[in-house]
Design a protein around this ligand. Sequence first.
Ligand SMILES: *[C@@H]1O[C@H](CO)[C@@H](O)[C@H](O)[C@H]1NC(C)=O
Ligand SMILES: *[C@@H]1O[C@H](CO)[C@@H](O)[C@H](O)[C@H]1NC(C)=O
Ligand SMILES: *[C@@H]1O[C@H](CO)[C@@H](O)[C@H](O)[C@H]1NC(C)=O
Ligand SMILES: *[C@@H]1O[C@H](CO)[C@@H](O)[C@H](O)[C@H]1NC(C)=O
Ligand SMILES: *[C@@H]1O[C@H](CO)[C@@H](O)[C@H](O)[C@H]1NC(C)=O
Ligand SMILES: *[C@@H]1O[C@H](CO)[C@@H](O)[C@H](O)[C@H]1NC(C)=O
Ligand SMILES: *[C@@H]1O[C@H](CO)[C@@H](O)[C@H](O)[C@H]1NC(C)=O
Ligand SMILES: *[C@@H]1O[C@H](CO)[C@@H](O)[C@H](O)[C@H]1NC(C)=O
Ligand SMILES: *[C@@H]1O[C@H](CO)[C@@H](O)[C@H](O)[C@H]1NC(C)=O
Ligand SMILES: *[C@@H]1O[C@H](CO)[C@@H](O)[C@H](O)[C@H]1NC(C)=O
Ligand SMILES: *[C@@H]1O[C@H](CO)[C@@H](O)[C@H](O)[C@H]1NC(C)=O
Ligand SMILES: *[C@@H]1O[C@H](CO)[C@@H](O)[C@H](O)[C@H]1NC(C)=O
Length: 491
Amino acid sequence: MWFYIAIFVFLAFSNGVSTDVPDCPGPFNPPNNISTKVVYPVSNDTVTFPTGYNCVYQINVPQGWSSYVVVTAIPSSNLTNSPILQVIDFNQNVESFQYVRFEKFYFIAPGGRIKLSTQTTNVTFLFSVQWYSNLTVYQPTFLNVSASDTQPVTVDLSTVNCHVTAETRASAVTIPLDSIYTIEDQRSTLRSIFIFDGPNENTTCLGSAYQLFNSNRQFVSTGKTLTVVQLQPSTYYSSSILLIQDFENTKEIGQYRGVGSLGDLPIVMDASKQSSAFSTYSFGGLSSDCLVNITGTGTLDVYYGGKTESKSNLIASYSESSNGLNLPQKIRGVVRTYALTGGIATVQIVPNSVCGLLKHNVAGFITSREYKTNLTLRYSEDRQSYYSDGPFNYTLNIQNVDLSQNKSLSLSIYNNHTGVVNFVYNSSNPPSLNTVVSGVGNEMEVIYSSPYSNSKKGGFYIDFTATKVEKSAAKYFDFIVICAILWIGLF
Ligand SMILES: *[C@@H]1O[C@H](CO)[C@@H](O)[C@H](O)[C@H]1NC(C)=O
Ligand SMILES: *[C@@H]1O[C@H](CO)[C@@H](O)[C@H](O)[C@H]1NC(C)=O
Ligand SMILES: *[C@@H]1O[C@H](CO)[C@@H](O)[C@H](O)[C@H]1NC(C)=O
Ligand SMILES: *[C@@H]1O[C@H](CO)[C@@H](O)[C@H](O)[C@H]1NC(C)=O
Ligand SMILES: *[C@@H]1O[C@H](CO)[C@@H](O)[C@H](O)[C@H]1NC(C)=O
Ligand SMILES: *[C@@H]1O[C@H](CO)[C@@H](O)[C@H](O)[C@H]1NC(C)=O
Ligand SMILES: *[C@@H]1O[C@H](CO)[C@@H](O)[C@H](O)[C@H]1NC(C)=O
Ligand SMILES: *[C@@H]1O[C@H](CO)[C@@H](O)[C@H](O)[C@H]1NC(C)=O
Ligand SMILES: *[C@@H]1O[C@H](CO)[C@@H](O)[C@H](O)[C@H]1NC(C)=O
Ligand SMILES: *[C@@H]1O[C@H](CO)[C@@H](O)[C@H](O)[C@H]1NC(C)=O
Ligand SMILES: *[C@@H]1O[C@H](CO)[C@@H](O)[C@H](O)[C@H]1NC(C)=O
Ligand SMILES: *[C@@H]1O[C@H](CO)[C@@H](O)[C@H](O)[C@H]1NC(C)=O
């Protein structure tokens, strides 16, 4: 009985070894029928590779073709020292992993490599390759960028195939965005976008949108044109974008990154040698950045749009002397670019809502979404609310406002829900510019309305301060407030 069990165990074990550990095979080439997915080591089954196993799997891709590779490598115990898996693409870019489950990669000609090194663990390993005899199926769109643009072109990366023509050279930066999709899905979508240095996909490939994101630099065309292609199969797991602008505006920038859901916060910017920049993006200007902290040296210029030589879209500039004094500051626009020159600084931005709750004295500004952008954003009401922790003296000083086409701007300050200040301006009742309006309360609202939601809006810019009012003085202000209400009531 024990003898038979021993034989059985022996057979099972030896059988396992012989089938479970395939030899390290030669290069993988497209099958005759390219609709067939090639799977290694065996179709539909995971195989455990033993410790000390090393193999480099070469995937060949003919010129003009692409391949879609899905890899799973699960170690029986997670190693922390060196990677069990490396994926090396056509331009020798290496990604290293300790653990992957159905991770997706895209190779173009001449191909790529998958390197398995099990080291001191057993690894369950499997990959599949699907070849495509052309790079893309989408009809391309054509985009132009020019040095005089203040607003970069944004390309949605879920379905993209475009040809860019620049006035000088084209610059591209990836901005990964917060999304309902997982980081893994977004990562694989960014891997599927390839950027070519020329008018079509037969030119030199600069790399994928994912490599661009990780490079902390711009991809720049050598000539006037750039081609962006999404490889097959299509994925829709991303709301990330590619920022495209004329290199004339960005040529001073060394480090340049897109900040979104994959970004590290706070952001360390090194402009000791060359300017350093980062951009964020909000579809339609619907959400804002809240700039909460700047520490370090140098000058941080903040643009609504891209960095420009003319600085016509510069919205704020901060230097050491202004560090931390008047923040947080709400930053609007669709694309926002933060460019540091001459120093090393750490910049922290957080979501919108933090800027709406005042805890300390602030001095800054309030703008509409499109101010200085010349964009036509479709909305009929842009409402911004601020709340304070106790009574604050709010001051508003309108510098600029477009009230054409029956647009209006209303400023309200409330104290415990009681109106303290309420002004509504329109073209027949315009505000006096450069005049301070103030009131003590714990809530303020600025509403910019337009009866024609799709009209072009010049927007507004208001200098804004909020100063905490001492508790001992609060009673006195109540009196002022009542007088103010009565006084407003007389009109
Ligand atoms: C090619 O492979 C696909 C799927 O594997 C199959 O449906 C098709 O019939 C094959 N074509 C030929 C010509 O063998
Ligand atoms: C592969 O496995 C799936 C489910 O795991 C099954 O539906 C399918 O029929 C299998 N295919 C082959 C070729 O064994
Ligand atoms: C290894 O790490 C992965 C992901 O980090 C985790 O899902 C898995 O459970 C870990 N495996 C072991 C054996 O700890
Ligand atoms: C690897 O698998 C073998 C056979 O199943 C087992 O004997 C060994 O202990 C495993 N090694 C590790 C490091 O898990
Ligand atoms: C490109 O490949 C897709 C399928 O992968 C196919 O449907 C399409 O017809 C091909 N386009 C060209 C121009 O060959
Ligand atoms: C881009 O510019 C070219 C010529 O400079 C022009 O023919 C084309 O219409 C422009 N395309 C777009 C989308 O503006
Ligand atoms: C790229 O090169 C291939 C093969 O030389 C050719 O068939 C294809 O038309 C070229 N594509 C473009 C867009 O020029
Ligand atoms: C700003 O950052 C510095 C350094 O990280 C930190 O010491 C300081 O507390 C921060 N200030 C605010 C207001 O978050
Ligand atoms: C603003 O955009 C309009 C088109 O919507 C254009 O005609 C105008 O020249 C632009 N103005 C500036 C200053 O760029
Ligand atoms: C608002 O009311 C609370 C009590 O309800 C009071 O403590 C506070 O001082 C009031 N705020 C102001 C600005 O008067
Ligand atoms: C609020 O600030 C304004 C501007 O500095 C000032 O004129 C006004 O007296 C202040 N109001 C109160 C109640 O302190
Ligand atoms: C503004 O509104 C008034 C009254 O509703 C209307 O008569 C006028 O035509 C409007 N003006 C514009 C420019 O739309």
